[in-house]
Design a protein around this ligand. Structure first.
Ligand code: UTP
Length: 294
């Protein structure tokens, strides 16, 4: 069985839910505490042992690639001033990984973005991490999927249970049967269903390990929900052939591409930082005391 060496991270979307910030700043570069969202995502892949990162990027978002390059001016100036620790914080971003970029000329949808990575991925299995989905867990979410893939040889998606009134924000899987406590076979998938029509409340939070077979479906995939070429629709083809598993994710997940999700992530990650925790606790208490009783 071929090993998973590459992580494809699509970052070519328009980020319309975060306007006007995303007019000129990629939403994947919006800062969570003191590092851009995309850095957490790349570090999750690296913690799972992946060393080849493939960005599917767009013309106006090169700053994402630059973040993982060295910044000679900053680093040399800091070293000359004896600020070794700060220079290191800049230079060690993405250290140990190779970054490759391909372009998606038009944001035709997530499925189309993944297909743009085919010339780089070839016939290897690969991981997919969405650049604005933050997963906070140990072991890393993508590492758990890699473990299932290595054990079964089947494409695997992460799933988490969401309230029924929120299923229309996600790709939703219909379970077929149980394999063990955490992993089950997927019968079919549907993108952003109405709550009444959803086959379950198992939502996909933006982490996948896929076999290269998915490219064959993506090549002929027609536009689906929102008029976009949806990855979910091609995964449905794999599921109907009995080739897709779901692994239940039990960590925390934040949608940093959404305003409320971004604020939630900022608070949660700041509270985990020893240098900030006391200050954040004080701010939360103060804000709470100023709330009108509801
Ligand atoms: P989203 O649907 O969250 O991104 O896709 P979006 O379209 O940029 O966001 P909104 O809804 O307009 O605010 C999840 C990830 O897939 C990428 C996005 O950049 C994001 O990281 N994506 C999406 C692409 O690379 N290409 C696409 O055509 C669509």
């Amino acid at each position: 069985m071929l090993r998973v060496k590459k992580a494809v991270i699509p970052v070519a979307g328009l980020g319309t839910r975060f306007l006007p910030a995303t007019k000129s700043i990629p939403k994947e570069l919006v800062t969570i505490v003191d590092r851009p969202c995309i850095q957490y995502v790349v570090e999750e892949a690296m913690r799972a042992g992946i060393r080849e990162i493939v960005f599917v990027n767009a013309r106006h978002k090169e700053a994402i690639e630059n973040h993982f390059d060295s910044n000679f001016e900053i680093e040399q100036t800091l070293l000359a001033r004896g600020k070794k620790e700060l220079a290191k914080q800049s230079s060690e971003v993405g250290e140990g990984a190779v970054f490759i970029s391909v372009r998606q000329k038009n944001p035709l949808g997530l499925g189309h973005a993944i297909l743009c990575a085919q010339p780089v991925v070839g016939n290897e299995p690969f991981a997919v991490l969405l650049g604005d989905d933050l997963m906070d867990s140990d072991p890393p979410c993508i590492g758990e999927l890699l473990e299932v893939y290595e054990r079964t040889g089947k494409s695997t998606v992460a799933v988490m249970e969401v309230p029924r009134d929120q299923v229309n924000k996600y790709g939703i899987v219909a379970p077929k049967g149980g394999l063990d406590g955490k992993v089950f076979e997927v019968a079919s998938l549907v993108e952003k269903p109405n709550p009444e029509a959803a086959p379950s409340c198992w939502a996909i939070p933006g982490r996948y390990v896929l076999s290269s077979q998915v490219f064959e479906s993506l090549k002929v995939q027609k536009a689906g929900a929102l008029g976009e070429i949806q990855l979910t629709d091609s995964l449905d083809t794999l599921a109907k052939r009995g080739e897709l598993l779901a692994s239940v994710y039990q960590g925390r997940r934040y949608d940093a591409g959404d305003r409320l999700g971004y604020l939630e992530a900022t608070l949660a990650f700041a509270l985990k930082r020893p240098d900030l925790r006391a200050g954040i606790e004080r701010l939360i208490r103060q804000a709470y005391s100023e709330l009108e009783p509801s």
